[in-house]
Design a protein around this ligand. Sequence first.
Ligand code: C5P
Ligand code: ZN
Length: 479
Amino acid sequence: MEVQAQEIANRLRAAERVGVYCHIDADGITGGAIASEALSRAGISHDVSFLKKLDEASLQVIRREAPPVAWFVDFGAGQLHHMREMDAVITDHHVPTSREIPRENRRDLVRFAEASDRVLMVNPHMDGEGSDVVSGAGLAYAVARAMDPKNRDLAAVAIVGAVADVQDQEFRRLRGFNRTILQDGIEAGVVRASIDLRLFGRETRPVHKMLQYSQDPWIPRLSGNGEACIAFLLEIGVDLKVEETWRTWSELEAGEKRRIVSELATHMLGRGCGWREVERLVGEVYTLPREPVGSPTRDAKEFGTLINACGRYEAAEVGYRVCRGDRGEALEEAFRLLAGHREHLVSSLQWIEEIGLTQLDAVQYFHAEDKVRDTVVGIAAGIALQASGNRQMPILAFAYAPDGVKVSARAPRELVARGLDLAAIMREASKRFGGEGGGHHAAAGATIPRGTEEEFAHAVDALVKGQLSHAAAPPSGPP
Ligand code: C5P
Ligand code: ZN
């Protein structure tokens, strides 16, 4: 990857002007900020824009804009086949187009990406790695570092991108090329890694709220119950307030933290949780020590959520400016967007509770129509799945989107361990209805035409049943 990053850096250095196009999520926004900072420092003129998705139509627009070099951040790999004759560089960790092509024809496309001197790509899949060893922001960082080793300070924003893309989730720590980035950040004094409670809100949430909103792991009796969380903490003798202000996790003494974690573990084990769940309480967490204590920009996960909130409400620019260092107006605006996001999420969850979940044989679903934004329905689905307490069924969620119906799918970890792959199912089912989809094993999505939702749900139901029965069957020889 470093070799490819160097080639891309060389191409950019020679460019008269660069058009930077970024995905409108936290990974794309942080990646765009890194790209732009590196180009600015190198004195290369450029423009930055954010796109909800990169498809044939948006590529047509970009062709008309005709930047001397186009730089795609956190997307592009899946659209290689639409980029012939374009001058482009791609920093993306998604599965390249070539994966969709039969194996015997694949080599040509990869070679096209690698050898065509007009499109250069750095992508972990080209090294046989998966999507979660590095993010789009991390790859933009690799290019920035190749442009100038002084750009190592940008590692902090790259770690925010990786964490926002939940690349630390499965193994409770970053891995692969992300660890190289982390090491750079530590050496540059802009990131710190430590083993700590993994729950969201270390810098900004009162401790009891942090427990109350815990989802991964779900803590029996405490998750979703603020009063029980206060009682739990008081019982083990933790002072919740200093004078009139609630204490946050980052303000606790090391001894208090240890006591809470150990009591949480005991609590979970005593209520039927297995070790696998309990150990998810703790993992590697990432701090940006140059940011002020108590600011969401100090914790990589909170920073990522703040930036995601901007992208979800069509204010990518605001998040971008925060990533570029604006701690004034843009940060204030980002706070407002995050607060608005939380309100929208609360009302969305209330609505879902009112309409309830429809149960099929192997999946459950709800249709949020226009009550939940298409950019938020995935989060709502994840929370609704947890709250349903159903560990045997994935959840599907529908919401109206400008280009049809947005589908989000989420699966309990147990089912993924049994072989469920929602990305494959979303891809397959959406194709049948003229839509498109993909994603990850446990979290995937699709866009389908309006009016096909019910049939789509039944198709997914059948595919889930098929995968799970298949998974239970004994292996039948080599593939
Ligand atoms: O939007 P949501 O959070 O549900 O998306 C989950 C995953 O599904 C994301 O990784 C996204 O890239 C993928 N997805 C996709 N095609 C879509 C929608 C989502 O591949 N049309
Ligand atoms: Zn990404």
